[in-house]
Design a protein around this ligand. Structure first.
Ligand code: PHE
Length: 470
């Protein structure tokens, strides 16, 4: 089997760590709680979990298998695999879509990770000692109102990302091996704290008792409720985003995977760890929301407006708070690296750039795009270019970028990946690569990627057209 020019993981376990590092990030701790809050809780969580199992797992297996068989950046891997299977080279569009999605995602990801960086210092310096809900909200509002500060933190985070990407993938095994368990333990501690807020039960029932009415209804400008699939689309988009699927990140990492690692077991480990972290984050945050009279639908600032309340009141809160945000920054860091890897790997393969140059070039572009997000929270916060459509009535540029990437580009990419793995590749090729034999597991995967997964993604995406009412 070919080996990738970019190197190879030292073992299956190293790949599991790196891919988990990619999956676990802001998506789990920042985004999952805030969109769960926006779409009303339990029913959203249920649909999200179904999407992880029925769409995420089969697509992750497909991405890893395509990456490992293609052994190159997603653009070139898809080209090679398409030719190998006797199909149109146009399938490399999967790789290109991913490259574009990567720039867009990293642009805002870095800005939000910058908030987490800022919070390391805010919590560490005791700023939240004895804080009230109002005080915490004001501190957050003051941060995002200041474009210069946001740009400074965004720049720092992007620089951190470029440095690691420049050095290549193998540098990050250690970070994930030690820091991920640390993050997990701190989350458990936070859940333990949440248990004593007095509203733990209410937090749990918000997250786990499905309220389908809340998922399927929104209120329009005139205050009238209307039926919408928006929440289902968001739940599916979140499944893609949190598992790093649909844009080649996992495919790129898969291309560095040793030949004899089990793809199925690997996938289950990664998806399981990722889901667990998200659920724990929700369990830590929602009880705090209710105990402090906050709104679950507060939006993108939710964790920054809730967790500091806990840190401000628990013994040793400054320390734990700073530690928590440091670990969150690390989680975001290991994700950011994977978001840009498809573009960097392509530049190295096709343009002959050194990794350092490629990383710098990609980082610079994503940084510049990130300014759109920075300004969405201050000077352009009332700039809602698509407000003519009900769905985007209050959407800032950041909201639109997030919607375009998570809810459209990643699902479309995932759909094409499933179709390619299920219909375009020769059966023997996917069977050998998955190495599951001819048993039920292989047949189950194949039925999913051929029929059920594409159908599910397509149905949800097509409903987008219905959502786009003016
Ligand atoms: N999965 C990452 C997170 O949850 C984000 C990500 C998206 C990473 C797409 C890679 C590709 O934070």
């Amino acid at each position: 089997m070919r080996k990738s020019v970019h190197g190879q993981w030292s073992s299956r376990w190293a790949f599991v760590l790196a891919a988990t590092g990619s999956a676990v990030g802001l998506g789990n701790i920042w985004k999952f709680p805030y969109i769960t809050g926006e779409y009303g809780g339990g029913a959203f969580v249920l649909v999200y979990l179904l999407c992880v199992i029925g769409i995420g797992v089969p697509i992750m297996m497909s991405e890893i298998l395509l990456g490992r068989r293609g052994r190159q950046s997603p653009v070139n891997a898809m080209y090679t695999l398409a030719l190998e299977a006797g199909r149109s080279p146009w399938w490399q569009i999967i790789g290109w879509l991913g490259v574009v999605a990567g720039f867009l995602i990293l642009s805002y990801y870095s800005v939000i990770a910058g908030w987490a960086l800022a919070y390391v210092f805010r919590t560490g310096s005791g700023m939240f000692g004895g804080a009230t809900a109002d005080g915490v909200q004001n501190i957050f509002a003051a941060l995002v109102a200041d474009p210069e500060r946001l740009i400074a933190w965004h720049t720092l985070f992007m620089a951190m990302t470029v440095v690691v990407v420049a050095r290549g993938v193998s540098g990050l095994e250690g970070a994930v091996r030690y820091l991920m368990p640390g993050l997990f333990i701190l989350l458990l501690l936070m859940v333990g704290y949440a248990m004593n807020t007095g509203e733990f039960g209410r937090g749990l029932s918000f997250m786990f008792r499905p309220d389908f009415h809340a998922l399927f209804h929104q209120v329009d400008a005139a205050g009238n409720e209307y039926f919408t699939w928006e929440g289902v689309l968001a739940a599916m988009g979140q499944a893609f985003f949190t598992l790093s699927l649909g844009m080649g990140a996992i495919m790129a990492y898969g291309s560095y995977l040793p030949a004899h690692a089990s793809i199925a077991r690997t996938t289950l480990t990664i998806a399981g760890a990722d889901t667990l972290v998200a659920i724990l984050a929700g369990m830590a945050i929602f009880p705090l929301v209710f105990a402090n009279g906050l709104q679950p639908a507060a939006g993108a600032g939710l964790i920054f407006q809730t967790l500091p309340l806990a840190f401000g009141h628990m013994p040793g809160g400054d320390f734990f708070g700073a530690a928590f945000f440091i670990l969150l920054v690390f989680a975001a860091w290991t994700s950011a690296i994977s978001i840009i890897e498809p573009a960097v790997a392509w530049l190295v393969e096709n343009r002959g750039l050194k990794r350092t140059q490629a990383a710098l070039a990609c980082g610079a572009l994503a940084w510049a795009l990130g300014l759109l997000t920075v300004f969405s929270f201050n000077i352009w916060k009332d700039f809602t270019p698509l407000s003519g459509l009900e769905l985007f009535r209050d959407s800032t540029l950041f909201d639109l970028l997030d919607f375009l990437t998570s809810n459209i580009m990643l699902p479309v990419g995932g759909l094409l990946i499933a179709l390619f793995a299920g219909w375009m590749m020769r059966r023997e090729a996917s069977r050998d690569e998955l190495d599951l034999g001819e048993g039920a597991a292989y047949r189950g995967w194949r039925i999913l990627v051929r029929y059920l997964t594409p159908a599910a993604v397509l149905i949800v995406l097509l409903n987008l057209l219905g959502i786009l009412k003016v």
